[in-house]
Design a protein. Structure first.
Length: 62
């Protein structure tokens, strides 16, 4: 998680997406859909298309 966080802090959209996945699936950290949604949105804003799709799916399922 630390590597992803360090990269995400430097606007690495792939790392931001992967943090969203970790929160969405609860892998290595507590599952938190709100945190997942926030990370997906940040990555989507940084042009990560997978994050845009994941953000949309998560938002529609609420």
């Amino acid at each position: 998680m630390k590597w992803y966080q360090d990269s995400a802090d430097q606007d690495d959209a792939d790392a931001q997406y992967r943090i969203g996945v970790l929160y969405a699936q609860g892998k290595g950290i507590s599952k938190n859909k709100l945190q997942a949604q926030q990370w997906y949105q940040v990555a989507c804003n940084n042009s990560n298309s997978r994050s845009c799709t994941a953000y949309s799916k998560l938002t529609l399922n609420q």
